[in-house]
Each structure stands twice: as C-alpha cells, then as structure tokens.
Design a protein around this ligand. Structure first.
Ligand SMILES: Nc1ncnc2c1ncn2[C@@H]1O[C@H](COP(=O)(O)OP(=O)(O)O)[C@@H](O)[C@H]1O
Ligand SMILES: [Mg+2]
Length: 292
C-alpha cells in the first residue's frame, strides 16, 4: 500500500470510530451560515458568536472555509498559527487513541461536549469562544469528498451539545458544504445574500439544498443594503420566492465593518443600528433553536 493509501485508510478508520460514538441528542442547537462569496457570512458568523457568548452561551464557531477567515474575524492575532483539523490528522489520531497498535477509542468519551472536542482539536479565543478550524478541501468538480472531509463531518457529529451550547458554522462560498454528513443535525440555516440577482441565485440554490437535507428553518439575510431603493428593487426581483424563507432580515451597508476588518470585535463596543439588527437575528435564532 502506498503512503497516501495507508493514510486514507487510517483516516477512514478514525472517522468510523468517531461515527460509532455519535450522533448524539443535542440539547443546544446548530446553525449553518451560507451564501455566495463576499456577501458577509464570516462577518455575521463572528458577530453572532460574540453576541451569543455575551448572553451566556457556550459557543462553538466552526470554520469550514478553506480560506480560514473566521479566526481573524473573531480577533485572533494574525500571527497566531492555527492548524486546521484537516492538517492535523496525526494529532487527532493520537487523541482518539487510534495510533497503530493502540487500542481503539481509548481517549474518546461517550458524550463529548464542546470543551472536550475543542480542548483536543481547537482553540479558544481570549473572550472564551471555542473555535474549530476545519481547513477542508472540497473537490467540487470531481464531486469527491476527500477523506479529511469525512473526518471533519464525523468530528462535528461526534459533539454532543448541552443546554446553552450552540454551533455556528461558517462556510465557504457555494453549496458543496451541504454534503450530507456535515449538515446533519443542523436545525437552522442562515442564507446571506447581497441585494443582487446573482447573489440571490446562489442563496436560492443553497436554501433548496438545505431543505433537501432536512434543515428545519431557513432564514434569509439581505446584507450590505445601501439604501431603501436598493432594498425595494431586490424585494421586487425576489418576489414570491421570499415566501420560501422562515424569516427575512436586512443588514445595512456599514462602513465601520470595513474600517475594523478583519476583526469585528470593535463593532460591538459602540451602539449602532447595524449591531441592533445583528442582535435581532441572534434573538430569532435562539427562539427557533428552542423550538422542538
Ligand atoms: N454590512 C456590511 N457593510 C459593509 N461591508 C461589509 C458588511 N459585511 C461584510 N462586509 C465586508 O465585506 C467583505 C466580505 O465579508 P465576509 O464576511 O468576509 O464575506 P464572506 O464570508 O461571505 O465571504 C469584508 O471585507 C467585510 O468587511
Ligand atoms: Mg467567509
């Protein structure tokens, strides 16, 4: 067997081991944030993570985008080295007790909580947000999910959310992340769009896939709205298709976002109608998350 085949085999073995321990009955809830590139997914995910954390939630922010922007949006220093799970297989293998010759699952707990998983595979921000960086490589054209991705999916499914715990998963542009396993157990999707035709086509596609995967509630966030005329034009263009969303939110174009980027932390230090609106999204996600 070649080295890479051997590695592939080992990844699948660890994945199976993780899968055998999950999925669990979450008491908290999971939200996936999706949409076209550049619409504001990462900005929104990071803000929601901070707001949920401030209101007493134990937050797991998961970055599925290979570009790995979420850590910087959350204010992790740019010179801090972050090793994504997908580049960290040997370590994971060791942590799950699956080194060749070792007994299976020695270190895996039956009901792993967020801290359990983050202690092993992730990092914590200074203000207490748990972060998992996946760094997955999805080969969309070939339609192939590489072994690293199955490992990521299994890791997500393996986590058991307690009360007051939430997973917010930021995704890459496009819809490939709606591979079945990764979105399993996600109750809500937030589809972000700019008020443009192209961006909305991606949003509609993502919403459709999310429904097919059994995600119960799908919300739309129309982001970077410059003025009412742009909003009205968009609403007219979207027409009846808007009925397909559970809740619809708008966010203004806000210069301060660009002034502080990539770190969103300063945005929360002062009052603004922009932050009020993000807070409103958080409240709604919470209300839907608590629905049975
Ligand atoms: N409401 C907003 N107003 C102005 N700029 C924004 C807004 N939301 C995001 N941005 C900026 O747009 C760019 C893309 O945002 P980002 O959150 O990285 O998008 P995505 O994750 O969807 O690719 C960033 O430079 C970000 O600072
Ligand atoms: Mg992003």
């Amino acid at each position: 067997m070649s080295d890479s085949e051997e590695r592939k085999k080992r990844i699948y073995e660890v994945t199976e081991e993780l899968q055998s321990k999950g999925p669990h009955n979450d008491k908290g809830f999971r939200v996936v944030i999706t949409g076209k590139g550049g619409v504001g997914k990462t900005t929104l995910t990071a803000l929601l993570a901070k707001l949920f954390s401030k209101s007493g939630y134990n937050v797991l922010a998961a970055d599925e985008d290979p570009q790995m922007n979420l850590p910087f949006a959350l204010g992790i220093p740019r010179d801090q080295e972050i090793t994504p799970i997908s580049k960290n297989f040997d370590y994971i293998e060791e942590k799950v007790g699956a080194r060749p010759g070792a007994s299976w699952g020695g270190l895996l707990s039956l009901n792993p909580d967020v801290s359990d998983v983050v202690d092993r595979f992730g990092v914590k921000t200074d203000d207490g947000i748990n972060l998992l960086v996946m760094g997955s490589v999805i080969q969309a054209a070939a339609g192939c999910l590489c072994p690293e991705n199955t490992l990521l999916e299994a890791t997500m499914n393996y986590i058991c959310l307690r009360e007051n715990e939430i997973i917010l998963m930021d995704t890459q542009a496009g819809v490939e992340h709606f591979g079945r396993a990764l979105a399993k157990g996600f109750k809500q999707a937030v589809v972000v769009t700019e008020p443009t035709f192209n961006s909305y086509q991606v949003a509609l596609h993502a919403a459709k896939l999310a429904r097919q995967l059994g995600i119960s509630y799908i919300h739309l966030v129309i982001s970077k709205i410059i003025d009412n005329s742009k909003k009205n034009k968009f609403m007219e263009m979207a027409g009846k298709s808007l009925d397909g969303f559970d809740k619809i939110f708008t966010l203004p174009y806000y210069d301060q976002v660009l002034n502080t980027e990539p770190d969103i932390t300063p945005l929360l230090n002062e009052k603004s109608s922009y932050i009020d609106k993000v807070n409103n999204i958080a409240q709604t996600l919470k209300a839907y998350g608590e629905k049975k």
